[in-house]
Each structure stands twice: as C-alpha cells, then as structure tokens.
Ligand binder design. Sequence first.
Ligand SMILES: C[S@@+](CC[C@H](N)C(=O)[O-])C[C@H]1O[C@@H](n2cnc3c(N)ncnc32)[C@H](O)[C@@H]1O
Length: 187
Amino acid sequence: MKQSQITLWCHEIIRSQAAEGGFYIDATMGKGNDTLFLCGIAGEAGSVLAFDIQRQALLYTEDLLKSYGMEQRARLILDGHEHMGNYAKDETADVICFNFGYLPGGDHKIATCADTSIAAVEKGLSILKHGGMMSLCIYSGGDTGFEEKEVILSYLRKLPSKKFTVIVNEYWNRENHPPVPAFIFKA
Ligand SMILES: C[S@@+](CC[C@H](N)C(=O)[O-])C[C@H]1O[C@@H](n2cnc3c(N)ncnc32)[C@H](O)[C@@H]1O
C-alpha cells in the first residue's frame, strides 16, 4: 500500500481538494517530486512556484520537469521560502506544500529550521486563498532533531479555529520517530 508513505499520503489529500488550473506553491523543492506532482495537478492552465536554497535542488527539479515536459508550468526560485511574500500576493494560492528536512542524498546540515519554517508557514497562510490548503510533511529524529517538529506542531495548535482547520495525522504503530503529515485548511 504505497499511499502509506508520507509524501504520497499528502499528495492524496491535496488531490482530493485541488482543481486543475490553479496556483500552487512548493515551498521545499528538493529533488522536485512535489513540484512535479503539483505541475500535474495545475495542468496546462495552472502554474507552480517552487523554492529551495540549494542550486542543486533547482537542477534536479528542472531535469525532472523536463523529462515529463512540464517545465513551462513551474517557476523555480533559488531563495528561502521565508521570502515567498516577495514572489506571491496574499490570497492567491490554492495549495502550498512543505516537505521539511534536508535534500535526500545531500548535506544533512543544509536543512529547514524552526525559525524560517514558521516564518514561511505564517506568510504562506496569508498567501493561501480562502478555501485553500497547506500540506506539511514534518520529520524528526536523527540529524533533524526534534526542535523543528515541536515548534511547528505547537504553532499549528495555536492557529485560530475560526480561520483555519488543522488536521494532524499520526503513524500510530511505526517505530523510530515516524514523520507527521499535517494539513491546514483556510476558511
Ligand atoms: C526533504 S527536502 C524536500 C523534498 C522535495 N519536496 C522532493 O520532492 O524531493 C527539503 C528541502 O528543503 C530545502 N530547504 C531548506 N531550507 C529551506 C528554506 N529556508 N527555503 C526553501 N527550501 C529550503 C532543502 O535544501 C531541501 O532541498
């Protein structure tokens, strides 16, 4: 059952909410799998903005999108997601996707961190349209540690319930600090 992988689980929830032709943001491009997925949902009429702080991530993602003929649908930005407000206006995005942590196969020390992640989530919530959603894959343990997960989860718990619905899933019987899929729906 491959949908039990966190990224595929998040994709299924996004797919259930998103329509073709929208505006999507991948806040953590990495190897481009989420960018490619969002480009697929966006279709010919939609668009995707994707961020990473590592040039290597842009190169991986560009290659991946080209191999699927989808490079026209995405704008790849070498900048931190905490600056996404410089590239997108408030209340314009249908979906914003975060997959925290480090670039798989890359330097584990170059990873998302609590301060900038919270700044990005907060700005992302302004950029989301009413009716839009944010998906977050949150990791912990090993080189990642626990601070980022704890800071993000406590931030999510304090979001006002009249404006946002937050759903946090849990791998109930998985050992060794399983990842946490979380979703924010903007009223
Ligand atoms: C787990 S990977 C993302 C995986 C990716 N979505 C995929 O489909 O392959 C996390 C990425 O976040 C990037 N990152 C770290 N800090 C960032 C920041 N402030 N803004 C944007 N990206 C950041 C890392 O460079 C890394 O490539």
